[in-house]
Design a protein around this ligand. Structure first.
Ligand SMILES: Cc1ncc(COP(=O)(O)O)c(C=O)c1O
Length: 458
């Protein structure tokens, strides 16, 4: 029988829902698993039956579980299955994917010409050999060069080549945090980080945000109350909520981190898309910061290259974790990234993707005019707050899916019990304008319809 461990803080019902979501993310609960009855779980946890009933109802609204009359309560397979995220292997026929932030892949650099040029190098076989864990020196030099575009000036010994941001996050979190440690995150956060935190058995404490992002006061009071060791943040074109934290707030966050000795893990994955973004938080707290500058969302995701900038003097320590997690990032990927950074391909691609992203943002603003749509002018995704008629993002996402469009409900990003009625729309996944436009029109039609009534009959 499922017997979760629930934390001591916050409302009991929310802690049960969070435990359910965590156990599904971590694979401890699988699709089809039967959950205890309300009475059994109440007895087990020492809470009232009403609390369990409330928790199961909230979990059902999030699409995590479903109750079947006469049979019991079952795990649906988690948010992904419930909302029908799109299979990475193949486009699902008849489905417009607005769920995954594929970064305008049709504008990726031309790999054929790059490989031809690479093939002309005299020492090609060195990319098939083991190389230093932190990456070949010239690849780290290219990384230092790349992160300078974000405003981060770092000596090469502080720059490690990682296999994408997700790997860099793993390297940092597994080095500076251990099982049971508390980590602060924005109350809506990147789901890949939640999965990682589960794997490493970290406790996430959500921090509130407003229209400018993470609230420094909330960060400070959390630092005062809990012994959180680190803050994970996506401060520029936040995923999913799209805001960019302004400069004064960044300085405040850095100063609080310095004062309380809390590390900052800064994921700058969308930074280069933004127009004149403020300097990264890491610039104001270099001794406490782990900065990640990837190619993924601005050049290409499949190359799997991101540069991790460590605090001064910590390059060697973090290199141990690269060794522990993947020995080294494939040198051939490091080399392609170096070529693109040094010959201008990367900058050109960023430029082209920004222009295309802006066209798509304008299209979304147009089709969804009148709704509460939040976007950066050059972002790959938008955050849509649903009107009152739709009180459950999960139900809305299930309905758009039924009509042929995959979107991602807030549940997938929410840490803690506060789940807004909102969905994230990826504007960058469809390969052409027509497909994006038809997907957005379906979203608009769904917004105008009433839950449970199905498509309007005309
Ligand atoms: C905020 C954020 N961080 C990291 C990633 C993953 O990045 P990478 O492909 O570099 O591992 C994503 C992907 O969607 C993301 O949205």
């Amino acid at each position: 029988m499922w017997a979760p461990t629930i934390g001591p803080n916050g409302p009991r019902y929310a802690a049960i829902v969070e435990a359910l979501a965590n156990d599904i993310d971590a694979g401890r609960l699988a699709a089809g698993d039967q959950l205890p009855t309300h009475r059994e779980l109440a007895d087990k946890l020492g809470v009232s039956v009403g609390t369990v009933t409330r928790a199961y109802a909230a979990a059902e609204r999030r699409g995590l579980i479903r109750g079947e009359i006469g049979r019991g309560t079952f795990v649906t397979g988690g948010a992904t299955e419930a909302f029908g995220a799109v299979d990475f292997d193949k486009a699902t026929p008849g489905i417009v994917d607005l769920s995954v932030t594929r970064p305008l892949e049709h504008l990726d650099p031309d790999l054929t010409s790059t490989l031809r040029e690479l093939a002309r190098q005299p020492e090609l076989s060195e990319y098939l050999r083991y190389q230093p864990n932190a990456g070949m020196w010239r690849h780290r030099v290219a990384g230092a060069n790349w992160v300078s575009r974000f405003g981060v000036e770092a000596s090469t010994d502080r720059v490690l080549v990682c296999a994408g941001t997700q790997h860099a996050l793993n390297v940092v979190a597994s080095t500076i945090l251990g099982p049971g440690d508390t980590l602060f995150v924005e109350e809506l956060t990147y789901p890949g980080f939640r999965v990682l935190a589960n794997l490493l058995q970290l406790k996430l404490t959500p921090l509130p945000m407003d229209a400018d992002g993470l609230l420094p006061d909330a960060f400070e009071s959390a630092c005062r109350q809990r012994r959180g060791k680190a803050l994970f943040t996506v401060p520029t074109i936040h995923n999913p909520a799209t805001m960019t934290i302004p400069e004064d707030r960044r300085r405040e966050i850095a100063s609080i981190a310095n004062r309380y000795g809390v590390a900052i893990i800064e994921d700058a994955i969308h930074h280069l898309l933004a127009s004149n973004p403020p300097a990264p938080i890491s610039v104001y707290a270099p001794e406490k910061s782990y900065f990640i500058g990837a190619l993924s969302k601005v050049v290409t995701g499949g190359l799997r290259v991101a540069y991790l900038v460590t605090p001064p003097g910590q390059g060697e320590l973090l290199t141990q974790s690269v060794w522990a997690t993947n020995w080294m990032t494939a040198p051939i990927c490091g080399e392609i990234a170096r070529m693109w950074i040094e010959d201008g391909t990367a900058d050109r691609t960023v430029h082209e993707k920004r222009i295309e992203a802006n066209r798509r943002v304008r299209m979304a603003r147009n089709i969804l005019a009148g709704y509460d749509l939040r976007t950066d002018d050059h972002g790959h995704h938008a955050w849509l707050e649903l009107p009152e008629t739709w009180d459950s993002a999960a139900r809305f996402a299930a309905e758009t899916r039924r009509r042929g469009v995959a979107v991602t409900p807030a549940d997938v990003f929410a840490v803690g019990g506060n789940v807004p009625s909102a969905v994230r729309l990826s504007l960058s996944a469809p390969s052409n304008f027509e497909s994006l436009s038809s997907g957005l029109i379906t979203v608009a039609q769904t917004l105008r319809s009433e839950p449970g009534l199905g498509p309007a009959i005309v």
